[in-house]
Design a protein. Structure first.
Length: 213
């Protein structure tokens, strides 16, 4: 092969490489977007405190009960997050909940609940707290704890079937009781799309496009 031919081939190869790199550079957000979508499906990490692999939904469901009889824009809330704990290959599914309020304590806000009822479409799902802390189950970090609130997390046992059903439900509400009284909470911050992504992540499926926000 002649020297001129060799130089020509090298130049062509170099040009092809340049064009390939230029094509990638012209789309700087492609790989970042794919990484963002993957991360949006779930937050998975090795918990350094417990040694468990923990997977947490990116955004929690938030239910609210209006308390405007006390003051404007005051509410009782329930924050509910799906999570899984993998300890030595054994996976546990849970719902981590916080029952909290923006009311002054003297107005007796609801801040705890051993039992919680979720109404999903035509089903009434009664959940009973596991009686263990998240750390005892393998979750050392707070799971979407409400900012500025001193509230104890409640852990309710769950399974994939329940998470799948909640994510697909057309309507969701919650109910908690204390001292013989029951209180209804409406879905206030609807993150069913995040729960759906979480379920799909656990099932090894890609994130849905154009999902409910």
């Amino acid at each position: 092969m002649s020297t001129s031919s060799s130089v020509g081939n090298t130049a062509i190869a170099g040009l092809a490489a340049f064009l390939t790199l230029s094509g990638c550079a012209a789309r700087p957000g492609v790989f970042e977007e794919e990484a963002r979508q993957q991360a949006a499906q779930s937050n998975e990490y090795l918990d350094e405190q417990t040694g468990s692999t923990v997977t947490v939904v990116e955004q929690p469901l938030v239910f609210a009960r209006d308390r405007s009889e006390r003051a404007a824009n005051l509410r009782d809330y329930i924050t509910v997050s799906a999570a899984t704990i993998n300890r030595g290959g054994k996976r546990t599914y849970v719902l981590v909940a916080y029952v909290w309020s923006t009311l002054d304590p003297r107005f007796n806000p609801v801040t705890s609940a051993a039992d919680m009822v979720l109404r999903a479409d035509d089903r009434r799902i009664v959940l009973t707290a596991a009686g263990k802390t998240p750390a005892q189950l393998g979750i050392g970090r707070p799971v979407h704890a409400p900012a500025g609130q001193q509230v104890v997390p409640l852990v309710y046992p769950a399974d994939m079937g329940l998470l799948r059903y909640l994510a697909a439900a057309r309507s969701l509400s919650a109910q908690v009781g204390t001292e013989g009284e029951s209180y209804d909470y409406e879905l206030w911050d609807d993150k069913r799309s995040s729960l759906s992504d979480f379920v799909r992540f656990l099932e090894g499926l890609p994130q849905q496009q154009g999902a409910r926000k």
